[in-house]
Design a protein around this ligand. Structure first.
Ligand code: FAD
Length: 419
């Protein structure tokens, strides 16, 4: 018997006799984690694999919204999640970049219109709380449907160790489980990335993002405005009306950490006034909504998307500043590539982990590095005072405004279409 056949027999036997033995473990219950669990659950059921989803409950509410491009919307629609999000989301028809750095050389306003791509909208802006609720509801359905193959555990992972035949995972309650293959979606401080010795490169921007929603006097007309200031972008993204207001948007205000701290400490009336000034009153008077949250801005890339029995996805594999709505869209492309790597390398029901990780890593490297680099350059060009950097930025962005070919290329690329 060859090595593959022996392994296969070993794992089949283990699965039968050890209830704590799984084919696939998914660790981390953020947006990417739940989407991964939904994507992989179908596959596990088809292949008769056992899957465990390790996702401790997160009590903190997330007041952010996520702008998802159409490709990502199609993916969540296939998972049966979009219908519950649709009426709470706003289409994104125009994206406007406004140079607001009060410097000598200024870029003209650049406008990307979905119509230029023959589309109604680039995508939709979804409140994270609605998105998470819809995902969790779907997860509950899947758990009922796939009782035999799908387990979930509400305990954090505190340790992981590679053995010859599996990865041994230790939970906070000291229970131990074994999994042949582990998908690490445990966020930017990934424990699994650390124990797998996967090198990462992390850098700081000395920026903090304040996030909240707000009501405004004038309609947004489905336009997102991104004001590029010398401390970072201030991005308004349209939201649909609700019972309190007809005109609403969400905001990501990226600025220096001490300025963010000062803004957060202001009364709501004063902060609303500051916001109106920052938006140059383009939406008229504004009233901010509770709560206000803050997120430190950093960047991170990994040397490899996996090693041994662990594959990384989402923020466990890449972190970018919130410019151009790239982070989650990039994470969803990870899941797409990981699922197809598993499908294309699986013969019968044999999960060939080495091949999965090799194929997945190859598929993700270019997309993730390019996206991270582009966003990094765009963010740094705001913070950098050098005349050369400013000239290059102005020339590139002016060219984008003038040339419809370049604009279309940028829109195509920004929406995650890679070929
Ligand atoms: C201000 C802001 C605005 C953004 N806007 C957009 C946008 O408009 N569009 C877009 O595409 N992207 C956007 N992003 C990026 C997007 O939010 C992230 O890409 C996304 O949230 C990453 O999801 P994740 O599931 O990978 O990570 P996380 O959300 O961090 O989830 C990781 C999960 O793992 C769990 N975990 C951690 N450690 C363990 C452990 N030891 N055991 C078990 N579980 C563990 C955590 O509890 C958490 O639930 C934005 C980001 C920020 C900061």
């Amino acid at each position: 018997m060859d090595e593959i056949a022996i392994n296969h027999t070993f794992h089949s036997t283990m699965r039968k006799f050890d209830p704590q033995y799984y084919d696939i473990a998914i660790v981390g219950g953020g947006l990417i984690g739940i989407i991964t669990a939904l994507r992989i659950a179908d596959l596990c059921e088809q292949k008769d694999w056992r899957m465990v989803f390790i996702a401790p409950k997160n009590e903190q509410t997330d007041n952010r919204t996520t702008a998802l491009f159409m490709k990502s919307i199609k993916m969540i629609d296939k998972l049966g999640v979009w219908e519950a999000c649709h009426s709470h989301s706003s289409p994104l028809k125009i994206i406007r970049i406004i140079d607001d750095r009060s410097r000598l050389i200024k870029t003209p306003i650049i406008e990307f219109n979905a119509k230029e791509m023959n589309q109604e909208a680039f995508g939709y802006n979804i409140p994270n709380s609605i998105f998470l609720k819809a995902l969790n509801n779907q997860l509950s359905l899947y758990k009922k449907l796939y009782k035999k193959s799908f387990q979930s555990i509400d305990e954090p992972l505190i340790g992981a160790e590679s053995t010859r035949k599996s990865m041994m995972l230790t939970l906070k309650n000291r229970n131990r489980i074994n999994a042949r293959f582990v998908i690490a979606v445990d966020g930017r401080r990934s424990l699994l990335r650390a124990v797998s010795n996967i090198d990462c490169h992390e850098w700081q921007y000395e920026q903090t993002a304040l996030t909240f929603s707000f009501q405004h006097e004038l309609p947004h007309n489905f336009v997102s405005n991104e004001f590029h200031t010398k401390s970072g972008p201030i991005t308004q993204v349209p939201l649909p009306k609700n019972h309190t207001s007809h005109h609403r948007s969400s905001l990501v205000w990226v600025t220096k950490p001490d300025r963010a701290y000062q803004l957060k400490a202001l009364s709501h009336i004063t902060l609303s006034r500051n916001l109106e000034i920052a938006l140059h009153s383009i939406l008229g008077k504004v009233v901010i909504e509770e709560p206000i949250q803050s997120y430190p801005i950093l960047g991170m890339t990994v040397k490899s998307f996996g090693s041994n029995r662990v594959a990384l996805a989402g923020e466990a594999a890449h972190v970018l500043p919130p410019i151009g709505a790239q982070g989650l869209n990039l994470g969803l492309r990870d899941i797409d590539d990981l699922t197809s790597a598993i499908k294309t390398t699986t013969v019968g029901d044999f999960l060939n982990i080495k091949n999965v990780i090799q194929t997945y890593n190859k598929a993700r490297k270019v997309d993730a590095s390019l996206t991270t680099s582009c966003i990094d350059i765009l963010n740094r060009s705001l913070l950098n005072n050098s005349l050369l950097v400013q000239l290059t930025r102005v020339l590139t962005l002016s060219l984008a405004q003038e040339s419809s070919i370049l604009r279309r290329f940028l829109m195509h690329y920004g929406m995650g279409n890679r070929c």
